[in-house]
Design a protein around this ligand. Structure first.
Ligand SMILES: Cc1cc2nc3c(=O)[nH]c(=O)nc-3n(C[C@H](O)[C@H](O)[C@H](O)COP(=O)(O)OP(=O)(O)OC[C@H]3O[C@@H](n4cnc5c(N)ncnc54)[C@H](O)[C@@H]3O)c2cc1C
Length: 571
């Protein structure tokens, strides 16, 4: 990692800030005031808002100008996702349109398909959806039973039932996945107006009441010959590449939700008095605000870093194949963003309810709605269990293929750790140098766990989900910790709110070290025993070598700054 190249919110350009402002104004002035009508399922209003989003350019951030888009970088689309997340129901409608319908056509559409669908989807004239899941195949999406057969006229006939489809109640264009002759998994562009296509009843959901979720019924639906998206039998490529970017953006939406809730919690804690003082004065509340802030800071750092990495890989290219390739290259980071973003969001929203006390549980305050609306994020776009398996699994596959020197690195590390003369690692000096040493140690721990797992289980490792889960947790904390420290070091060098950046990164890394040690101990204890285990655990302690830190004072510092500013510290 070259620290100077790590992208962070402090590096946003004027153009990025303008995009943030446009989205904020749209959400504040048009979406949030419409919330109760959206929750009453006023889909005409939802359509109007989609169209407004189109007029403002928000639907075509990553679409080539030739098709009505703005052709901007991925940082810009992250900014829009993050800002629109303040209105979670509409953000889901937006995601169904921009991430799940427009994006696959940009990546895999033929010029004729792009010409036919993109301008009207980007303007918001048409509403889009994405129908992959079925009642019997959610995580196991490739086991879909929807069938496609080609008729004598060359047209396709699709039969099956898709479940839980976002925007299902009012979508016009749906990316549908079906198996040609029950075998070849394939994507199709299906219009609701085609004969045999209809939506089922709205689901009654825990949250996101202002977003439509219905089955999509395909009863011998007639689809024109040239509406296959991508290649026949290559639907998994369309599905996975779409989800890669969707997951990354969902991580960004999580950050947006966290920042909003932290602001609400800080303002409430400042004005709510108990025992003669604002609750913000109590250590227990400061702990919550400080921890909410530190965790949000780390996820924010990792999603911006990832957007910067994807933009750098693309180097200005907007070619569909190149973009799909870049998403594939950063699929591990996208899954990390999804898991870390959605779990941090749930943590923050839970504490936001707690800070609001009884008011957190009643609908007069938004805390209860945020809490309900967020729960599904850990379920859709690949459950967090599936994403954890992907994080470890993709790295292992790359290592086995030889694309990643993981096996050789694990062996070198093993020799180094098992040698009695191995020196305990020390930090290099400079701001946050101890934290940088610790996150480099996390990488060694990840190697130790993955290397031991590959040696222990060989090709059967994919059956050991608990080990893969522990490895994923270590990798998530490693990437989040490294991104936070690199960003904080940049802020220290630039002397901008340095003490707040530093406090957030230090608290996060300190606690991440405890989580990493816990995960590694559990994983190693499942794979080794006796002297071998004792040696591995001794090596683990030597690598991590935690230095005690007074996180109470740092969390208080973060909490006090949050309350004084009445918003997330770096907004
Ligand atoms: C509000 C909402 C909107 C949605 N929008 C869309 C949409 O627009 N388009 C669309 O196609 N789908 C959509 N979905 C569906 C969503 O993507 C699926 O619900 C999700 O993929 C999980 O599938 P499932 O519900 O069948 O759960 P299952 O796959 O049955 O999973 C149940 C549990 O088992 C675990 N599990 C499953 N397989 C494994 C495994 N191999 N190893 C370990 N654990 C496993 C899961 O992690 C989970 O905890 C939406 C769902 C909701 C609730």
């Amino acid at each position: 990692m070259n620290e100077a190249d790590v992208f962070s919110p402090e590096k946003l350009t004027d153009e990025h800030r303008l995009m943030a402002q446009t989205t904020d104004e749209f959400v504040d002035k048009e979406v949030l005031p419409s919330l109760s009508r959206l929750e009453a399922k006023d889909w005409e209003l939802a359509r109007t808002l989609v169209r407004r989003a189109g007029e403002l350019g928000l639907l075509g951030v990553n679409v080539p100008e030739a098709y009505g888009g703005l052709d901007l970088d991925k940082v810009s689309s992250l900014i829009v996702a993050e800002r629109i997340a303040r209105a979670a129901s509409f953000a889901t409608t937006y995601g169904g349109q921009a991430n799940l319908c427009i994006l696959p056509i940009v990546l895999f559409g033929t010029p004729a398909q792009k010409e036919r669908y993109l301008p009207r989807l980007v303007s918001g004239e048409l509403v889009g959806a994405y129908a992959l899941s079925e009642a019997g195949s959610g995580s196991d999406a490739l086991a879909a039973r929807t069938r496609a057969t080609r008729g004598p006229d060359g047209q396709w006939r699709l039969t099956g039932e898709k479940m839980w489809i976002t925007n299902g109640g009012f979508a016009d264009v749906i990316i549908v996945f079906a198996k040609v002759d029950g075998e070849q998994f394939t994507a199709f562009i299906v219009e609701k107006a085609f004969p045999g296509v209809s939506a089922g009843k709205e689901e009654h959901k825990m949250g996101l009441h202002g977003s439509s979720t219905t089955p999509i019924l395909l009863q011998d639906a007639v689809v024109p010959a040239d509406n296959v998206l991508g290649e026949i039998g290559k639907g998994h490529k369309v599905a996975l590449n779409t989800l890669n970017f969707g997951r990354f953006k969902l991580g960004g939406m999580g950050v947006g939700g966290c920042r909003t809730a932290i602001g609400d919690a800080a303002r409430y804690a400042a004005q709510r008095r108990q025992f003669g003082q604002p609750i913000a004065a109590f250590g227990a509340i400061k702990h919550k605000l400080g921890e909410m802030t530190a965790r949000t800071y780390a996820v924010e750092s990792l999603v911006y870093r990832t957007a910067g990495l994807i933009d750098a890989a693309l180097a200005g290219s907007h070619d569909g194949a190149a973009v799909a390739q870049a998403f594939e290259e950063y699929a591990v980071e996208a899954s990390i963003a999804k898991v870390a973003g959605t779990e941090t969001l749930d943590y923050v929203l839970d504490e936001n309810v707690q800070i609001h006390g009884g008011n957190g549980f009643v609908s007069d305050y938004s805390a209860e709605r945020y809490y309900r609306d967020a729960r599904v994020n850990r379920i859709f776009e690949g459950t967090n269990e599936i994403n954890r398996l992907l994080i470890s699994g993709m790295l292992i596959r790359r290592a086995v293929k030889g694309d990643l020197p993981l096996i050789a690195a694990a062996r070198t590390l093993q020799d180094e750790l098992l040698s009695p003369a191995a020196p305990a690692p020390s930090s290099s000096g400079g701001a946050l140098s101890e934290e940088m040493r610790v996150v480099q140690a996390f990488k060694k721990v990840a190697l130790m766990v993955l290397g031991t797992a590959m040696q222990t289980y060989g090709p059967k490792l994919h059956d050991e989900q608990e080990i893969l889960g522990y490895a994923a947790d270590i990798l998530i904390d490693t990437y989040a910790g490294e991104s936070a420290v690199a960003r904080a070091r940049g802020a220290v060098a630039a002397r901008r709110h340095a003490e707040l950046h530093e406090a957030a990164a230090r608290v996060f890394v300190n606690d991440a070290a405890q989580r990493v040690e816990h995960a590694a101990r559990n994983a190693l204890s499942a794979m080794a025993e006796g002297d071998t285990l004792r040696t591995l655990l001794a090596a683990l302690r030597r690598v991590l070598k935690p230095v005690p830190l007074n996180t109470v004072v740092l969390r208080r510092q973060l909490a006090d700054a949050t309350v004084a500013r009445a918003r997330y510290i770096l907004d």
